[in-house]
Design a protein around this ligand. Structure first.
Ligand code: HEM
Length: 514
């Protein structure tokens, strides 16, 4: 047995993170410094040795999707690959274009911790093209320009903003539960999308619009236009990513995208101007109103100008409508399907709220430990993103394989969260896993359940979104029993989107108990 073989065997017995740190430290040593380099090289397996499906000339592995060998649902396709190839899979999506999928939390941790400060946003090419066509439009930026802006709006979810915003968010959600759950609605998703838009307009722009008024429910209202534009832009951004050619080569889709994005930009300009005007009238002083919106914070920050504020606003509108609505959809579904959990949550709401009409305060939310566990379990089972794509910014070793700089690496968090080796009864909805001291409590691994992303590109509105979802859960169970009236199981679909959305109409009934 030679030196390298024995080391390989030892490393196989070591936990994966020990192996990675060993190999990554070793591989960073140059040949000049270490004459044993030839042996060291052998310990790290080659990129082409990573298991994965066969690639064909001209079409790579795309035939596997075209012929339905792999499910059209990303998380299901990922599971198929995991079962066949194991915790690391290499795929040549198009000739010369490799994607490596990883399923082990140690690999995920290693990847995230090794990335530099400026991970590039995917889907940015169409925005660059749009900016060329419309040089004066204030569109989202990428790279270093993005980093500069991002540093300024990191505070969106600050505890102060959350506290200040809580009463208005609670009122909007309470009204929503009172009035919208009593309607006979075929599909509840558009309702949740409208609610998210209303809450985003409120928190980000201090704009009070009742998105459920008869005026706003009309197709030509401001909220209907913004909603439509956000859905269209996000769908097409994702679709353009998959196209082999420039997005402008498909003129009919390009026109739709252009129209939708420019509408979002126009609305952002108007919202920022409106706020800037009212601030000017108050001599650019911070608002004395109870709810200092994000946009006010941006406009009064000395490091940003009006144009920056608009670019950020476009981002907020694009991200602030679907994300919370889809998470809320799955949260209500799991409550509806799990009577025991719903009852436990109701008991908690009765304990922390004296009466269902009482306002929910910071203290109420602090005490809502079961509601938090419910939310965490929703994020485990139905995260917004199946995983995260990163371009390796340097050579990296994952699961013992060398991966060259520039390779696309995808962390398959959703699939990893459904593996027996990570969670007992992985397909059951058990919030108690997340409750301290519970007999089924699991060790929380921060790189497995990662609903808001990681690092500098992670969600700016995390705490605000969690607050909205907790409010919704508590308000629903304290006044209704929610049931799922369809025979079908709700799953995610993500064919035309990078994000997971419900794959069926949301068939809920809400029976009032208060
Ligand atoms: C449950 C609700 C939400 C979830 C699960 C969620 C999750 C995420 C995730 C996974 C990312 C991307 C992270 C990455 O690529 O590494 C993200 C980015 C972002 N989210 Fe959220 N989000 C939610 C709600 C919101 C809301 C309500 C807003 C705005 C009002 C918002 C604003 C943003 C923005 C602006 C970004 C881009 C950040 C950047 O590129 O700098 N999100 N979110």
């Amino acid at each position: 047995m030679n030196f390298s073989t024995s080391l390989r065997l030892v490393s196989q017995k070591l936990p994966c993170h020990c192996f990675q740190s060993l190999t990554s430290v070793r591989t960073s040593v140059s040949l000049a410094e270490d004459p044993r380099r030839a042996n060291v090289e052998q310990r790290v397996k080659k990129f082409h040795e990573i298991p994965g499906p066969n690639s064909l000339p001209w079409i790579g592995t795309s035939y596997l999707y075209l012929f339905g060998v792999y499910s059209a649902k990303r998380h299901r396709a990922a599971f198929q690959k995991y079962l066949k190839y194991g915790p690391i899979v290499r795929e040549e999506i198009k000739p010369g274009n490799f994607v490596v999928s990883i399923f082990h939390h140690n690999d995920m941790e290693h990847l995230f911790l090794s990335e530099n400060n400026v991970p590039q946003a995917q889907s940015h090419l169409p925005i660059i093209e749009l900016q060329k066509n419309h040089p004066n439009a204030l569109l989202p930026v990428n790279g270093e320009d993005w980093l500069k802006l991002r540093k300024e709006f990191q505070d969106f979810s600050s505890p102060q903003l959350q506290s200040a915003y809580l009463p208005v968010a609670d009122k909007a959600i309470k009204d929503f539960v009172t009035f919208r759950t009593s309607q006979n609605i075929d599909d509840f998703l558009p309702e949740l999308l409208r609610l998210s838009l209303q809450l985003t307009l409120l928190a980000a722009f201090d704009k009070k619009i009742d998105c459920f008024s008869s005026k706003e429910m009309k197709p030509d209202s401001l909220s209907s236009h913004v909603m439509e534009a956000v859905l269209t832009s996000n769908r097409l951004l994702c679709l353009f990513d998959k196209l082999p050619s420039n997005p402008k080569d498909v003129p009919s889709l390009w026109k739709k995208f252009e129209k939708a994005m420019l509408l979002i930009e126009k609305v952002s300009v108007e919202l920022v101007q409106e706020k800037a005007k009212s601030l000017y009238q108050r001599n650019m002083k911070k608002s004395e109103s109870a709810v200092p919106s994000l946009i006010e914070f941006l406009l009064t920050s000395s490091n940003l100008n009006y144009k920056d504020a608009v670019r950020i606003s476009v981002n907020l509108l694009l991200a602030g409508v679907e994300n919370t609505a889809y998470t809320a959809s799955f949260a209500l579904y799991h409550l509806a399907k799990n009577e025991r959990v719903q009852n436990m949550l109701r008991l908690e709401s009765q304990r922390i709220l004296m009466s269902p009409t009482d306002p929910i305060t910071d203290k109420t939310l602090e005490d809502a430990s079961y509601a938090r566990a419910v939310l965490k379990e929703v994020f485990r089972m139905n995260p917004l993103l199946p995983g995260y794509g990163r371009t390796a910014t340097q050579d990296i070793v994952l699961s013992g394989y060398h991966i060259p700089k520039g390779t696309t690496i995808v962390t398959e968090n959703q699939t990893a969260c459904r593996l027996q080796k990570h969670f007992v009864r992985p397909n059951d909805f058990i919030p108690e896993r997340w409750i301290k001291g519970s007999p089924v409590q699991v060790k929380d691994n921060p790189f497995l359940v990662l609903p808001f992303g990681f690092g500098s590109r992670s969600c700016v509105a995390r705490h605000l979104a969690e607050q909205q979802l907790l409010l919704l859960l508590l308000r629903v169970v304290s006044s209704c029993v929610v049931s799922w009236t369809s025979e079908e199981i709700l799953d995610c679909k993500n064919l035309n989107s990078t994000i997971n959305q419900p794959d069926k109409d949301l068939k809920f009934t809400f029976n009032r108990i208060f």
